[in-house]
Design a protein around this ligand. Structure first.
Ligand SMILES: Nc1ncnc2c1ncn2[C@@H]1O[C@H](COP(=O)(O)OP(=O)(O)OP(=O)(O)O)[C@@H](O)[C@H]1O
Length: 443
């Protein structure tokens, strides 16, 4: 079996020998260096342990330069107990995690094991950028506790994915994970959905129903879009979180809860508290372990791996890939809708493409969210693309007319699936083509 390599940058030889001993016993191959500059380039270990005591370069600078190189490899800052601020700076610079000296051998080894899980490809999470790895590493730490987690981030950044990650890496992973979108459920029903109700408790309560808290007992409950909860319900939720028990509506029997609560929001809850629309005491109950997903535009190293992941996930038979122009456009795009938008764009491109290579044109990225240079180039191409698109749309209309509006026959004649045809028709409608009017009775 091949040994896993660890790069150790530690100027103090005694400390280095001690650490190397622990690592070697655990089966790692240690590549040691006393100089930071020496190993800024050309190292081949996926994880680096870097000491705060370097003399030739500051640890923070080393980490920043290491991350700027785009290698995506993990760096762990090793700092003294009284260097908390330095640890925070190292995290800002891109460290995946930090270790406080002095430490027990098992603290070092369990930290390495956690970081190693990030280095392995995960079944349904893409995390190539150091920012994503850092978020997952913090989530891993949170998973080892029972504390409440508050996940923030713009819409579509992966907050629910992260909540599941916390659950799956916790000791509750075999128990249920229950997600409740507080904004999607009418306010009048949310209380009953969360806490459950007895038969006859209110008009329409024809049956006794367990609530989501009870359903999640033993496991994890995700309260998504928590900022949308009414003040009255916020007060009830606070009581549940304090007492760790619920009462179904219409019942006086309490049910004890053994549950991890994860709350998520795309709002700034501190601002909501200042505005008086979110309870301050509830905010502090929820904000025990905060996790924040940066928007996708701030972790560009994730963009192409995510695209490949979704191409793989959604392509049907052929082996499709992203063309160079498509890759350029994807990297220039601003991603206001984050990963959800990226997923939709790839799904649509797989339908719009003409061959096995997805082109920039197939992506149909909105111009207004392109960065300057790309936008200019794309604008230049626009006239050509528009003409091509118009001709394609006209061909589809003619074929539909030929088959009296029959979608299946039209799709067969065009050599595409009916699903692909449906997407094309939707795209035509989006472009303002009134199919009803164009096709008349054939529509
Ligand atoms: N790191 C990731 N790797 C792969 N897929 C991801 C990742 N993050 C998010 N996704 C996918 O992107 C989509 C949006 O993710 P998710 O629902 O978790 O976002 P969200 O932040 O909770 O959105 P909202 O704020 O709208 O509730 C989902 O289909 C999810 O599977």
């Amino acid at each position: 079996m091949q040994c896993k390599k660890i790069q150790l940058i530690e100027p103090d030889l005694d400390t280095a020998n001690q650490m190397a001993g622990i690592l070697a016993l655990a089966g790692y191959q240690v590549i040691h260096s006393t100089s930071g500059r020496e190993v800024l380039s050309g190292q081949d270990a996926s994880i680096t342990l870097i000491s705060s005591e370097l003399s030739d370069i500051s640890m923070t600078d080393w980490i920043r330069r290491h991350q700027q190189s785009g290698s995506g490899r993990s760096a762990i800052a090793v700092v003294n107990q009284d260097q908390g601020l330095l640890a925070a700076d190292a995290m800002k610079a891109g460290a995946t995690d930090y270790l406080l000296r002095p430490f027990e051998p098992n603290q070092l080894l369990s930290l390495l094991r956690r970081v190693e899980t990030l280095e392995k490809p995960m079944a349904n999470i893409v995390a190539e950028s150091w920012r994503s790895k850092q978020v997952l590493q913090l989530a891993h730490r949170a998973a080892c506790t029972n504390a409440t987690v508050l996940i923030t981030g713009e819409s579509g950044t992966g907050k629910e994915v992260l909540a599941r990650y916390v659950h799956e890496h916790s000791s509750r992973s075999k128990a249920p994970f229950v997600a409740v979108n507080c904004a999607a459920i009418p306010e009048s029903m949310l209380e009953a959905v969360l806490f459950g109700h007895m038969k006859g408790a209110f008009t329409g309560a024809t049956q006794t129903q367990t609530g989501k808290f009870e359903e999640a007992n033993g496991g994890t409950i995700l309260l998504d879009e928590i900022a949308e909860m009414s003040p009255a319900l916020q007060a009830k939720l606070l009581r549940v979180l304090q007492e760790r028990e619920v009462e179904r509506i219409g019942s006086h029997k309490t049910v004890k809860l053994d549950i991890r609560v994860v709350a998520a929001t795309n709002q700034d809850l501190r601002v909501a508290v200042q505005k008086g629309i979110f309870r301050e005491d509830l905010y502090y109950r929820l904000d025990v372990l905060p996790l924040h997903w940066p928007p996708l535009r701030e972790r560009p190293e994730d963009i192409l791996p995510l695209c490949r992941f979704f191409v793989q996930k959604y392509q049907e038979k052929s082996q499709c890939r992203l063309g160079e122009d498509a890759q350029g456009a994807l990297l220039q795009y601003h991603w206001p809708g984050n990963i959800r938008e990226l997923e939709n764009i790839i799904q649509r491109a797989l339908v719009m493409r003409h061959g096995d290579v997805i082109t920039a044109q197939d992506l149909m990225l909105p111009m207004e969210h392109m960065n300057g240079q790309q936008s200019h180039r794309a604008m230049q191409e626009c006239g050509h693309i528009e003409a091509k698109k118009k001709a394609e749309f006209q061909y589809i209309i003619d074929t539909l007319r030929q088959f009296g509006g029959n979608r299946t026959q039209t799709a067969n004649a065009l050599g595409v699936t009916t699903r692909a045809l449906r997407y094309k028709l939707a795209a035509m409608r989006e472009q303002g083509i009134d199919l009803q009017a164009v096709l008349g009775s054939a529509a």
